[in-house]
Design a protein around this ligand. Structure first.
Ligand code: GLA
Length: 433
């Protein structure tokens, strides 16, 4: 009897082990570029050769990622989205890229991207068709498509879920995990499954997802507008009790791409999207035209301290910790080495708002002296105690973002940190950039 029990526990353990994605990737949220929001399903290379979905577009974006400083900051994925294939599979049933728009094939594109030190992402859809009407991946084509992607040298797969049922998705998404494992190539796996099932339990099993996918789209597609950003922020904040615990190294919630650099956001709103995505430990996937992006958008997206916070190794997703008077919200994300990030967000549409609070009011309980750096202005505030009142001035639809860390524990006079503080008299920053 005891032997039987041990045996079945063992079988169960092996079964769940075999289900899990074994790529060890994405210990921090992925960073890179993704075509969809900005370039959509533009396949008209005759009339719009610069902007159509073609190998040229991806090669050009790869060039810009390298030459304009993106790659060095961690933006390394170049991700193809929908509409890259021919309308039909080949005689062997394999997906083929559109021969006119990708004349050299995906393997050549992957080689090009790799030669630049970048990684290539591709798009598939579990179902009859992709959302754009191109060939989907049916259940019995999952292994073939996984091995095709691996042979081409693809590094990431976004598997969408148009034209499939709940039953089909429950079968297909874990089956793709097993198929990717079986290729032996480490391919990051982004699952759109929850977005097709309303994003919440009981329809969505996040424990399973975090075992079998590196990231997952929970909610609707982002559009090029502030309304769209707000609706995503609202949904993620309203459901944070469910969503926040699911994120961690190797498995992330994905509120969709950054639209900074496009047409829909003001500069303040762009700063807000970047700050809020960073608090959410979200993937930083640019969906913009890197050839024409403005200097100010670039500065927002290339902010080093912001990226350091987004990529914090603890990988804890932040939360909205306070809503005040329906127009001020405060978000907080715990970071490694007792540091944290705060975002003060204003939904007002009139004028800059003076918001006065204290760290104690924001649930900081450690009796310490904090050093604060404003993430956008770089300004430092030294010697902040938790009971000290301070005022931040938040622009309409804008944010003030802080990075803060304790430099002295007032109730632990002999702590290691305090010794440093004394010897360096206030000039000491324990975690320099
Ligand atoms: C769905 C996805 C989008 C994009 C399009 C492509 O809507 O959610 O991110 O991939 O399909 O058709």
């Amino acid at each position: 009897m005891a032997m039987k029990l041990v045996a079945s526990v063992f079988i169960l353990a092996v079964a769940s082990f075999c289900q899990a994605l074994e790529n060890g990737l994405m210990r921090t949220p992925p960073m890179g570029w993704l075509a969809w929001e900005r370039f959509r399903c533009n396949v008209d290379c005759k009339n719009d050769p610069q902007n159509c979905i073609s190998e040229n577009l991806f090669m050009e974006m790869a060039d810009y990622l390298v030459t304009n400083g993106w790659k060095d900051l961690g933006y390394v994925y170049v991700n193809i989205d929908d509409c890259w294939t021919a309308k039909k599979r080949d005689a062997k049933g394999r997906l083929v890229p559109d021969p006119e728009r990708f004349p050299h094939g995906i393997k050549a594109l992957a080689d090009y991207v790799h030669s630049k030190g970048l990684k290539l992402g591709i798009y598939g859809d579990l179902g009859i068709y992709t959302c754009g009407g191109y060939p989907g991946t049916k259940l019995n084509q999952i292994e073939l498509d996984a091995s095709t992607f691996a042979e081409w040298g693809v590094d990431m797969l976004k598997l969408d879920g148009c034209y499939s049922s709940a039953w089909y998705q429950a079968k297909g998404y874990p089956r793709m995990t097993r198929a990717l494992n079986a290729t032996g190539r480490h391919i990051a796996y982004s699952c759109s499954w929850p977005a097709y099932r309303g994003g919440l339990p009981p329809q969505v099993n996040y424990t399973l997802l975090s075992n079998i996918c590196n990231l997952w789209r929970n909610y609707v597609d982002i559009q090029d507008s502030w309304d769209s950003v707000l609706s995503i922020v609202d949904w993620f904040s309203n459901h944070q009790d469910v969503l926040q615990p699911q994120a961690g190294p190797g498995h992330w919630n994905d509120p969709d791409t950054l639209i900074i650099g496009n047409f829909g956001l003001s500069e303040e709103q762009s700063r807000s999207q970047m700050a809020l995505w960073t608090i959410l430990a979200a993937p930083l996937l640019l969906s913009t035209d890197l050839r024409t992006i403005s200097q100010s958008s670039k500065e927002i997206l290339q902010n080093k301290l912001m990226i350091k916070i987004n990529q914090d190794p603890l990988g804890i997703q932040g939360r909205r910790i306070l809503q005040e008077k329906s127009y001020i919200e405060v978000f907080q994300r715990p970071l490694s080495c007792s540091a944290s990030a705060l975002v003060f967000f204003s939904r007002r549409t009139d004028m800059p708002y003076h918001y006065t609070t204290s760290l104690a009011k924001l649930n900081y309980t450690q009796n310490a002296i904090y050093e604060v750096q404003d993430v956008y202005t770089g300004e430092m505030i030294s010697g902040l105690k938790i009971t000290d009142k301070f005022t931040v001035v938040i622009n309409p639809s804008g944010v003030v973002m802080w990075y803060l860390y304790p430099i002295m524990y007032l109730d632990q006079p002999f702590s290691f940190l305090n010794q440093f503080y004394k010897s360096e008299t206030k000039k000491f920053y324990p975690f320099p950039l």
